[in-house]
Design a protein around this ligand. Sequence first.
Ligand code: SF4
Length: 362
Amino acid sequence: MRITTTVKVTPAVITDAAVTKLDMATMVVAAVPATERFIPHFYESNQQYLKVIPMTRNELIKLLSIPEDSSEAEAMRREANNLSHKRFHDTSLLLGQIGVERHACPAACRFCSFSEDVFKDTRIDLDIPSVVEMSRAFCASGEVKALFLMCMHDFDASSLCKLVEAVRGVIPEKTEIVFNIGDCPESWWREFKAAGVSGAYHVLRLREGTDSQLNPADRKATIAAIRKTGLKWYYCCEPVGPEHTNEELADAILLGNEFGCFQHAAMARVNFPGSPLAQFGEISKRRLAQIVAAVALASADNPELGSIAVHEPDMLGLLSGANSVYAECGFNPRDLETRTEEGRGGSVARMTAMLTEADWRP
Ligand code: SF4
């Protein structure tokens, strides 16, 4: 739904955080209000942010081009944090993900340790009783708002429906079930919805089709099918490495809003030993937080948006516009440990503490 109502508006927080630039050539000092620079198109009325003019691609590219270690980037992150606190009324979204399979994946994403080009380990798939037990433990406190079940690109739809039924029986009623799976048609999503699935994480990844064997058109068709089925659509600008241009990032961010994502996010690529992309290195936490801030500022006109996540969970991201993080267990292609709860996967308790420290309420 687009908001078109004409209202009497007042500029949002214009006086906050002036950014001062010293032009050494002319010795002219120019003070420009931060909000005017970074969110020129949003206005506040009755505690709600209304879209007046959408952020253009060029404006977004400018935001992403700001040096990550500059005071401007710091002001941008602060404005994004303020905007998200107002938009989400200070509340967070704690999510949990279980990776249920670990084997060679035919999508062959060059950034993924499960790619069939690099994965030479023994295949392990968790059986239904194991996933059920993990789900019960993961969601027992009631803090996990949605439980994500993650598979490889190829999967068996009827087994997944059985898994959903079994998991549904042991987690709190209010905890939603979300799929993170490969491409499939709308008819399958209808079956998944009927089985008890509430949403889907699905992404057109950066350099999809070049750094993966997947067809970008298929990714977009699956996203359209998810939206058409009425499931909540979780999206992300990922997996970001230093080699990605600001133009590529801007296009990935805008796609999430164009299709009306329920969750937007940014995720940094995590290199693994032997990764074909390791030569490019990884982005810094500061750069990740800046991209999170750009996501928040560019998404203010997305009426579907219910949260913004930072992957992996990161305090600076939670102070830069993100209000959502994922606890993780089971298999994780970003982890050297077989079971991510023994490695880099954050526990529910740790994620709850992190959100609280960043001043986000449950
Ligand atoms: S990122 Fe997902 S689709 Fe790509 S290789 Fe890894 S498991 Fe497969």
